[in-house]
Design a protein around this ligand. Sequence first.
Ligand code: FE2
Length: 385
Amino acid sequence: MAHRFRALVAHPQPEALGELAELVGGLGLIVETARSTVEAVNKVQSHPVHVIIAGHVPPTFDGVAFVERSAGLVKEALRILLVSNPNEGVELERPRANGAGMVMRLVARPSERSRLVAMVSEGIKLLHLLEEERELVRNIRAANDRLRLRETLLDVVVKERTKELEESYEKLKQANRQALFGLAEAIEAKDPYTKGHCGRVAAYSLVLAKESGYPESGLETLEFGAFLHDIGKIGVRDSVLLKPAPLDDQEWIHMREHPVKGYEIASKIEMLQPIMPAVRNHHERWDGSGYPDKMRGSRIPLVARIVAIADAYDAMSTDRPYKKSIPIDECERLLRGHAGKMYDPDLIEVFVSKHLGLLFRDEYEGLPYESGYPQAMSSAPTGDR
Ligand SMILES: [Fe+2]
């Protein structure tokens, strides 16, 4: 592809000029010639020139001055200066790494024409390499630009997809909440006398959990667990569940099956798996006398210990068909009396000393716990129902 490059041969003597032009043209270059500095400068300015060969024949033609001047006119070219006497030439600058302003010096003797040809040939190879390098840089830049554009587009797509996923997750969470509340409504439908019990147990449990330093990340699960702790009462016979009087021994046995029944229901529904401890173990007692697993002390899951207190407090402080409500301070006194026996003493201390039941009544009334939660059935009064 040597024809793509142009050469300017400048020399005041016609014979030398013709010989040089023929020599360079034989290498496949397009050749321009000039016999004076003015002509040479004009040609350099009017066409792109890649190879400059100039004779230094003072005073007719100052090749040194022309070659130096050409460096300002053509940044990237192979420059060869032909001098008759090496001592006449000045020390010109050496080739630079980037090829710009590369200048070579050659003693012009007839016997060294082959050296000139070799230099021009090497120069053409170098020009090709520079061209290829430039093309490579262009391609890399274009590829980088495409990559950046792609990254930007990808970023936009990822953000959109993330937003969609977050919205889907929120919708799913809402659907789950509604499904759980629907389940609670099914419980409530069996026993309308204890309207609001599950919602209040959830609220008391949340307050007690927060005041006890319960991990923030677990509060939602705790809330659901508290809300659905009595889900097993779906499986309790109405004659027992709705009996407006104390239960006999057989009825108690049947009633006390509800944590295990609830556990069996929860174990079949994936989204209820995390709340199983609240469902199964909310009737365990601190001293190990509870049911169904007779767990003791801190072996009882924390969520179950919290729900047990909330459940008992609400059962005591509200009217039931088989008993009247107990005043708040009496409820607190009874809870304290059972600390370390039925209930976790540390949790009881938090609940009672901070009057959390009272706080809920005074400040939480009207929040979603009252208005948005479905009302649910009877749970565990101090009589352990
Ligand atoms: Fe219960």
